[in-house]
Every structure is written in structure tokens, then in C-alpha cells.
Write a protein that binds this ligand. Sequence first.
Ligand code: GLN
Length: 276
Amino acid sequence: MYRKLLLTLFLSLLIGVLAACGGSSESDAGETESATDDGAEAEKTDGKVYTVATDNAYVPFEYLDEESGDLVGFDIDLITALAEEAGIEIEIETLEFAGIVAGLGSGKFDIGIAGMTITEERKENIDFTQPYYEAGLILAVTEENADEIQSIDDVDGKVVATRQGSTSQEYLEENTEATPEAFPEIVEAYQNVLAGRADAVLYDLPNVQYYSEKEAGGKLKTVGEKLTGEDYGIGFPKGSELRDKIDDALTTIKENGTYDDIYEKWFGERPEGTEK
Ligand code: GLN
């Protein structure tokens, strides 16, 4: 018993030393935290630790839990389940959204999951899985502006807050005469609207809804129709072999109910067209 423990310790140390020697290039981000020291698990994986880039403030997909400080959310549960299904080891890194899209394009990260919409433009630099969530954009205002701004048709000449590098920023620039004000973090956009410094906010419907209900105490109100289809996909550097692995895993967990369980946990109901 004691000898076995010693042997395990020795092996973990050895693995640690080997990892330190081999992975000198970009391994300052706590790689050892998730590196496996469990023999059984190591057999299942390919021995590599893949970096997953995600956002840190995008409710309810990925955000820091106020009480525990842990990174939680639909995307976090999803990528954890997918990594397990695909038999790969991951470590998660958070950064602001625009950096995720850029970092995947340049191959800095192996995987990106951040409520990221699949767009033709992004597909030029990033490979995506099949869609895993269908969102859409929605406009929101405070009570004071609710008469004046009733839909996207009323935003011309108005300051509309949103987030840098997002599909909403692009929508405002291409389809309206509004003055977009894009912040690195979407929470800043909401705060500016609540403080009366911007007239409205345009962002992804599930995020706007969740933020208004849970964080803004009902002071933000959505107006008008949901705009455009926004299919979220998991992103990879172009040509990554991981894309098919994760895409297959996604097909499997959509079929076996794991996806539906995660969905229900975060959205309070099972996705349309599925039963328990
Ligand atoms: N779905 C939006 C986009 O892809 C926003 C994502 C986010 O802020 N995390 O641009």
C-alpha cells in the first residue's frame, strides 16, 4: 500500500518533470492544474492538455460565480462534457471576447467556446463545429426610453451600447444609422444604459434576458423583435484535427441526453423538441 503510494508519487513527479522539459513554449498558465496524474485517465487521453479560451463575463454561458469565484456556465459544462466524451484533457483560460476570436485565428488557443456566433467572416480564419445553441440579437432600453425606442427602426441618431468585436457591433454598423459605442465587456454596455449614458443596448437575446432579470432588477426592458439568427459554434484554428473530434462528441451528447441536461440546468427547461 505504502509502496504503491510512493510509486504513484514518483510517477507523478516524473510526469511533472517531463512536462516541464517538453512544454516550455507557452505553458505558464497553470497547465499542471489539470494535467493528469491518474494512470487510468491518462490511458484515455492523448497526453496533451488543450487550451480552451473563453469569456469571463457572459451570463449564463460563462461567468464568475459571485460566491465561489469559480468560472461557471452553460458553455463551461458543455465543453467539460465534450472533452470527457472526446477523451481529451483541457485547461480553461479566460479573456475578453475580441481576443478569443483573434487568438483562435492565430492558433494561440486550441479551442474557443464563448457564445461565439458562426459567421461567414469568422469562418475565413476559424473552423467551427455544428451549431450548439440558437440565439439572436435584441434591443433593450430603460423605462425612460421605452416610448421613444420601440424597435431597431428607432435607433438612428441614438447611442447604442454593445461589445467590441461582436456580431451586434457589426449589425449596428451595417444596418443602422445609430452611433455604436462598443465596450470590451458587455456588462459595461448595460451599465452605461442603466446610467443614462447610452440610449439602448443591442446584444444576444439570452444574455440580455439573463442580465436584465438577474442583475438589473428588471430595469432593462427588451423591445422589438429578435433580430437575425445567431448560431453559436465552438471554434478552432483552421485545419485543427480537434474540430471533428469535438463535433462528433457534440453529436453524441445531443443524442444521449447529456446536452439536454446541461441545457435544462442553465435555461430552466429542456430544448424545444426534446423530452426527458
Ligand atoms: N454571440 C456574439 C458574438 O459572437 C457575442 C458573444 C460574446 O460576447 N461572448 O459576437
